[in-house]
Design a protein around this ligand. Structure first.
Ligand SMILES: [Zn+2]
Length: 652
């Protein structure tokens, strides 16, 4: 007598993707209570409530997107062709701080699930904020997901501090652990966005609840160089030292890992997510995937977020993974199609720590599978001689649109290309709405240098007023002599090398931005320390008292990025760099404190030197009083006030 099952798929080209790559050119899959009961010839052994004839079609495990940020579908195409830091710190993070809410995350994940189901993905590993909303949307769509709550050292859209986000992660894990589709996890964002305390706390949390830990590792050479500089070792040993691998880790990228690090990843049982499109698009490099696989590291394939891809198409990622491995090695036998399909299924399941549940079509595993139509014109004809040919068809000719039916956990999510759990039209409408609001926000922000500064701030705006007067001097000796005078008290004195980069904008009302690096020099003239600051100077002088000028500036200190970052982020119309030797005194004269600067221009070089006297001020009245004294002080230095000398000696 035949056994009763819920669903029977018959006459299919079944690719089980088990360890032996068992395939059945005309096979069947029997499913009961959401699990696979049997796979094979199954001649009349099973009777099903629903039987589906899959003639001419491939039945295979659902694809596993091993690394993504699902809600970022709502940021798709927002800012492209930028460097990683400008893209992340200049655009993604500021927009996320402004717009990302639980509702945003749920909507974006719904949109992502629709796209993933359409392209044959049944399981994904996510990392984002408000991760509980990702979990809710994934479960509602019927998809399997590793949902990882981001923890990082900066304030995040869902947490003011890392303690808050850690608490959020714990709370989320407690409530979702044991869910049939969702596995909750902590996600320390990356070594460079986390403190050692965060890395350790997240690993402890994952161990405490027996859940995986999801992170980004060794994505760029910059990250590796920074790790070597700051910790004296590359990224993998560093996080290992912080006991990260006490947890079952899923590490996205691993683009720049050496052989020792690969061995460490293997020993730690860590999974790796290879994200070929994202790594190419952000110019991060190409991960040594073949070497990692040879060493037994579980390397799955991911799309990364749609802001760096810009889609969630796993067929495209499989193809790229196979092609890149050949391109970089010069070896066309590297990473054959069959292995690419395994990375997107069985190996990906192990990398994301879902190996016991999904990734292959084997009795006992959950019924996560897809039906692919290989009779589309781009896939015709087909050859039966080589049993591997079907994998090449999927990888080199197949397209996401060839997926016709999708089942996850025994439930149909798509039949005949119609989504059963999601309302695509409604999702698209709501997404367009969000995009309109983000557009308006960025258009407004991009018009103001000050607002762009605030967006990447960290440091708060600090407005200050100062009066200043400048003069040219044939020699600085007069200043040195005058400072020995009894009426002037020297309170402090420093000597440094100053490198100024001025950014000018087409609209003079924006003011100008100065990136300044100081190298402090000791008595022997050796560099004893350094600092970098960013200052936005108001568009023009606020007032003038004779040749003494009143300026307003807004300080943002310290500058945490490179001049290159600021150049690419602010896109100034013009730029000028000035290098000078500066001696600076803080002096008291007639009861008021003044700064005295004596500058010698090194680049571009100048014959004369300059003296500048300045003082902070609080009111117009105060400014007027001090203006008289600075003029007097300048006269003692033998200087004639010259209000045509620009700040920093840069032209407007
Ligand atoms: Zn990522």
């Amino acid at each position: 007598m035949a056994h009763r099952v819920d669903t029977l798929l018959t006459n299919a080209h079944v690719l089980t993707l088990d360890d032996q790559f068992t395939a059945w050119p005309s096979g069947a899959v029997a499913i009961r209570d959401g699990a696979i009961v049997a796979v094979g010839a199954l001649n009349g052994e099973y009777q099903a409530a629903e039987t589906m004839d899959c003639r001419g079609r491939v039945v295979m495990p659902g694809l596993i997107n091993a690394h993504t940020h699902a809600p970022m579908t709502l940021l798709r195409g927002l800012a492209d062709d930028l460097r990683l830091d400008v893209w992340l710190m200049g655009y993604m993070m500021p927009v996320e701080r402004e717009f990302v809410t639980a509702e945003f995350v749920e909507l974006g994940t719904g949109l992502a699930c629709a796209e993933m189901i359409r392209s044959g993905t049944t399981c994904f590993a996510d990392m984002y904020y408000f991760e509980e909303s990702v979990a809710r949307a994934a479960a509602a769509a019927g998809m399997r997901a590793l949902c990882s709550q981001t923890v990082l050292k900066f304030p995040a859209p869902d947490a003011a501090s890392f303690e808050d986000s850690l608490e959020r992660a714990r709370d989320f894990i407690v409530r979702w652990k044991g869910h049939p589709l969702v596995v909750p996890a902590p996600a320390p964002h990356a070594p460079y966005t986390c403190t050692t305390e965060i890395l350790r706390a997240c690993a402890e949390l994952a161990v405490e609840f027996g859940v995986p830990l999801h992170t980004h590792l060794a994505e760029t050479t910059f990250e590796v160089e920074q790790s070597r500089r700051e910790h004296g070792m590359p990224v993998v040993p560093w996080v290992s030292k912080q006991r990260l691998f006490d947890a079952r880790v899923l590490a996205a990228h691993c683009v720049h890992v050496d052989e020792g690090e690969m061995t460490a990843l293997k020993k730690a049982g860590a999974g790796v997510a290879h994200n070929p499109t994202s790594n190419l698009k952000l110019g991060s490099g190409i991960a040594p995937v073949v070497k990692m696989l040879e060493r037994g590291v579980m390397v799955g394939i991911g799309t990364d977020g749609t802001a760096s891809n810009n889609d969630l198409d796993m067929f495209e990622e499989m193809r790229l993974a196979a092609l890149l491995a050949k391109g970089v090695s010069g070896d066309p036998t590297a990473l054959p199609a069959r292995q690419a399909v395994a990375m997107a299924t069985r190996i990906g399941a192990r990398a994301t720590h879902f190996g016991a549940l999904t990734g292959s079509l084997e009795a006992g595993k959950r019924a996560d599978l897809i039906v692919v139509d290989l009779d589309q014109v781009h896939n015709v004809p087909r050859f039966a001689r080589d049993p591997h040919a079907v994998y090449s068809q999927l990888v080199y000719a197949g397209k996401a649109g060839d997926v016709v039916d999708v089942m996850c956990d025994g439930k149909w999510l798509m039949r005949d290309r119609r989504l059963l759990t999601l309302d695509e039209a409604e999702l698209a409408r709501a997404a367009r709405d969000v995009a309109r609001r983000i557009d308006a926000f960025l258009i407004r922000r991009e018009q103001s240098v000050l607002q762009k500064l605030v967006a990447i701030g960290g440091a708060a705006e600090q407005e200050s007023f100062e009066i200043q007067v400048k003069a040219r001097l044939a020699s600085p000796d007069a200043v040195d002599r005058a400072l020995e005078d009894d009426e002037i008290t020297v309170l402090r004195k420093v000597h440094y090398h100053q490198f100024d980069t001025y950014f000018f904008f087409d609209d003079p009302a924006q003011g100008r931005l100065r990136y300044r690096e100081d190298e402090f020099l000791d008595d022997q003239g050796k560099v004893a320390g350094a600092r970098a600051r960013l200052t936005l100077t108001g568009p023009s002088r606020e007032a003038a008292f004779g040749s003494v000028l009143l300026f307003r500036s807004r300080f943002f200190a310290p500058a945490t990025h490179s001049p290159r970052f600021y150049r690419e982020y602010f896109r100034p119309a013009r730029e000028r760099t000035i290098e000078k030797d500066r001696r600076r005194w803080l002096v008291a004269y007639r009861g008021v404190q003044f700064y005295v600067h004596v500058d010698r221009l090194l680049d571009p070089p100048a014959d004369t030197c300059f003296v500048e006297v300045k003082s902070r001020t609080w009111s117009r009245r105060d400014a007027q009083d001090k203006a008289a004294i600075v003029t007097e002080l300048l006269a003692r230095f033998g200087g004639r006030p010259d209000d045509t000398i620009e700040e920093g000696y840069a032209d407007r």
